[in-house]
Ligand binder design. Structure first.
Ligand code: F6P
Length: 358
């Protein structure tokens, strides 16, 4: 019987997860390991155990597919953390059940592909005696412990494409088009997408904005004869005298979202311009991964299996200086990488006359 390892995907999905799973399956085969893919995040660890075999055959052809072939959830029995810094503890019985299922299935180590919250759970599992390896995932690209995560590039490509499309209709109608994008605490998607898509105003959580300053920036464009404008708004952005906008979802929880329409209304009221808001939402999380995300996902998956082989448990894959390395999971959680407000990217944007509304 071959030694077995497990893998699961947890939290919000993103393009590139299937590339990770394929990388895990193929690298494991090379080391004569069998891989069980636990379904729907950590929930697949609950009795009676819900999993499928991930091998060369079952992962064949999945690289270009968005989402995750083994499902995911950002809810359920293992939610170890809700929101930045807001920890919850996974119940001892739940962990005991998971340990029993892993033991019964002869799973010697578990690869957990997820974001900050999932890594908090991973650390708790590791501390309870389950051998865990973390693989970082967030389209927001806001984990301090890794310079990049897969899914981000695909999300930025979707934002860029949306801006290209909004550009043509904005010029036809001489309108101000507002695009609300993801980014709860960090404005990386808005900043990169806005730069690539030629936005004129980019609003990010790290730089509180002022509606009057946005109006001034639009009037400056008018004075130069520009007949339209593109505004990108990260969902976590907020005015300097206000707070971020949240909306309730079906579970009674709150999610970021709604600031785009407010910005559109404030611009219309201040400038008299015709404005329209598009909320890109989960389109940023769906669809085929870009080349970069396929490669990064594959590298992360292969690295995770190598880390199991070297018994580097309690560690998370990390991308630093163009190399795939690893860091302790404990060092990776609760440390968000925000856009440096005086950094080169923001300055470059300002140098090409992008306003941050400040
Ligand atoms: O963390 C990734 C993310 O896509 C955020 O950018 C967004 O605010 C959130 O997840 C949406 O969560 P859900 O899929 O539960 O609506």
């Amino acid at each position: 019987m071959k030694p077995r390892v497990g893998v699961l995907t947890s939290g919000g999905d993103c393009p590139g997860l299937n590339a990770v799973l394929r990388g895990v399956a193929l690298a494991a085969e090379k080391l004569n390991l069998e891989v069980l893919g636990f379904l729907d995040g950590f929930e697949g660890l609950l009795p009676p155990g819900n999993f499928i075999l991930l091998d060369r055959r079952s992962t064949s052809g999945i690289m270009p597919r968005g989402g995750t072939m083994i499902g995911t959830t950002n809810r359920g029995h293992f939610v170890g953390k809700i929101g930045a810094g807001d920890k919850a503890i996974v119940a001892a019985e739940v962990i005991a059940d998971a340990k029993r299922i892993l033991r019964e299935q002869r799973v010697e180590a578990l690869i957990i592909v997820g974001g900050d919250g999932s890594m908090t759970t991973a650390l708790q599992l590791q501390e309870s005696g389950i051998n865990c390896i973390g693989v970082p995932k967030t389209i927001d690209n806001d984990l301090e412990a890794t310079a990049m995560t897969f899914g981000f590039d695909s999300a930025v490509a979707t934002v860029t494409d949306a801006l290209d499309r909004l550009h043509t209709t904005a010029t036809s109608h001489k309108r101000v088009m507002i695009l609300e994008v993801m980014g709860r605490h960090a404005g990386w998607i808005a900043l990169h997408g806005g730069l690539a898509g030629g936005a004129h105003i980019i609003l990010i959580p790290e730089i509180p904005f002022d509606y009057d300053k946005i109006g001034e920036a639009l009037r400056r464009r008018d004075a130069r004869g520009s007949i339209y404008s593109l505004v990108v708004v990260a969902e976590g952005s907020r005015p300097s005298d206000g707070s971020a906008v949240m909306r309730p979802v079906e579970t009674g929880e709150f999610r970021f979202g709604g600031i785009g329409n407010i910005v559109a209304a404030e611009i219309a009221a201040r400038t008299g311009k015709e404005t329209r808001c598009t909320v890109l939402g989960h389109l940023q999380r769906g669809g085929a991964p870009t080349t970069l995300d396929r490669i990064l996902g594959t590298r992360f998956g292969v690295q995770a299996v190598k880390m199991i082989h070297k018994r580097q448990f309690g560690s998370m894959v990390s991308y630093q200086n163009y190399q795939v390395r690893h860091v302790p999971i404990a060092d990776a959680i609760n440390r968000l990488r925000l856009v440096p407000v005086d950094g080169e990217m923001v300055q470059t944007a300002r140098d090409v006359e992008i306003s941050f509304g400040d």
